[in-house]
Design a protein around this ligand. Structure first.
Ligand SMILES: *Cc1c(COP(=O)(O)O)cnc(C)c1O
Length: 422
């Protein structure tokens, strides 16, 4: 096969897809001068977000990371009471966290002084492993909080995670940043946590350019989060403060973009699903598998990803910033595939590097099915426990999944991937 012609315009991993209504709501905000953090767009977004995610209340915030921070603060104060003014609500407390995810899932635990203990990934779902979570409760029965994310819009069994939390008297924070619109047994992702969060970041399934919502069924907690997000002002004639506040509120302009995007969520999901299915079909016969779809779940298909079979992996070595591989006939590795994709001006991405392999969190505990994983860089050095996250990171890659990618462009990307196996 000859060289594949690169795209003149870059094909992105996932970029904003606008429709026109966004501009109308933004213009309305402009024309009525509601250019601040109050206004109709915010109120509407909170209404639509709660309805869509099947919870009672949504709080519009500057981003999902801010939402997760306030989730941690709400959970921490509910569990352990109000901390001293310069202490976090999770000060010195262990919190069980997803391991193979974006670091924004659990950095907020650290903002509140908590200590993340990572839970290894389930090979069959690529999400938090419920068996490993049970093991972790065995090891640390005092833990009262779990932060779990859905990966790439392909949910695992968050309902099972929730049940395990209930059994151990723990609260659940669900990071549904990547999974808006996905369901588990017909129930919306974002509705499983005691506190949940969704994201309107530029590369998510719908976007406001930025923004996020905190989701909860507690009116009292929603009001608390809204108050904290606007500098925690008390009801008084002057600036009166009884607790620490944040500047986390969503802008009414950004809310206009989000409001215009929500009606297109299902359409975006259908486009992403078609992309996933074309990859699945186009990569048939190669020693790879696509992201797993767990029985009973309906993904939103946000990012298509593949994993190379173990015996089709050529040698690949990664340090903290670079990767090298040795080409072998008929074999490949994520590094070669990502280079091939980049060479035709398209954007792929490695799988999220597991948190327990990150320099910052290397000394933190990571629990697998058989107990503690003290692995640093190698998939199978472990204290008896297999390191599933490290293995998926080794062999997996995210593929260009932009809604606006044409079938012809995707065909060329598929050929570029196929050429790596020659
Ligand atoms: C994008 C993302 C976030 C952060 O969302 P922001 O709105 O950018 O703050 C958090 N968690 C996961 C899993 C994400 O993918």
């Amino acid at each position: 096969m000859g060289k594949i012609e690169p795209f003149k315009q870059k094909v992105w991993l996932a970029s904003p897809t606008m429709h026109g209504e966004e501009l109308e709501y933004v213009t309305e905000a402009y024309n009525t001068n509601w250019m601040s953090t109050v206004g109709k767009n915010i109120n509407e977004v909170e209404k639509i977000a709660a309805e869509k995610s099947e919870v009672k209340y949504a709080v519009g915030l500057s981003c999902c990371t801010a939402a997760l921070h306030l989730c941690c603060k709400l959970a921490g104060e509910r569990l352990y009471g109000k901390p001293a003014i310069s202490h976090g609500a999770l000060e010195g407390r262990r919190v069980f966290c997803s391991d193979m995810t974006f670091d924004a899932t659990l950095n907020p635990v650290v903002y509140e002084g908590g200590i993340p203990v990572f839970i290894d990934t389930d090979r069959d779902t690529w999400n938090m492993d419920p068996v490993a979570l049970e093991k972790a409760f065995e090891m640390y029965p005092e833990v009262k909080l779990v932060v779990s994310a859905e990966l790439y819009g392909f949910p695992g069994r968050m309902d099972e995670i929730k049940k395990i939390c209930e059994k151990h008297g723990a609260l659940l924070i669900e990071d549904a940043a990547e999974a808006m619109g996905a369901t588990i047994d017909g129930r919306q992702c974002g509705s499983f946590g005691d506190y949940s969060a969704v994201s309107y970041n530029g590369n998510k399934i719908i976007t406001g350019s930025s923004g996020g919502c905190l989701l909860t069924n507690s009116l009292e907690d929603a009001n608390k989060a809204r108050k904290w997000s606007t500098q925690a002002r008390e009801n008084a004639a002057w600036y009166q403060h009884e607790e620490v506040g944040y500047n986390y509120r969503m802008s009414n302009v950004i809310a206009g973009v989000v409001r215009g995007q929500y009606p297109h969520l299902e359409e975006h999901i259908a486009q992403k699903k078609a992309i996933y299915e074309r990859y699945k079909e186009g990569l048939k016969g190669l020693p790879v598998k696509m992201n797993p779809i767990v029985e009973g779940t309906e993904p939103n298909y946000w990012l298509s990803a593949l994993i190379i079979d173990k015996d089709a992996m050529c040698k690949q070595v990664r340090n903290d910033s670079e990767a090298l591989y040795i080409k072998e006939a008929g074999k490949t590795c994520p590094t070669e595939i990502l280079e091939a994709i980049a060479s035709i001006n398209a954007e792929g991405r490695p799988i999220w590097k597991p948190m327990h392999m990150q320099p910052m969190y290397r000394m933190h505990e990571c629990v697998g099915r058989a107990g503690s994983i003290r692995c640093r860089t190698n998939a199978y050095i472990a204290g008896g426990a297999e390191d599933v996250g490290a293995d998926i990171f080794d062999r997996g890659a995210c593929l260009p999944s932009d809604n606006k990618m044409t079938e012809e462009q995707q065909e060329r990307i598929i050929w570029a991937i196929r050429s790596c196996f020659e």
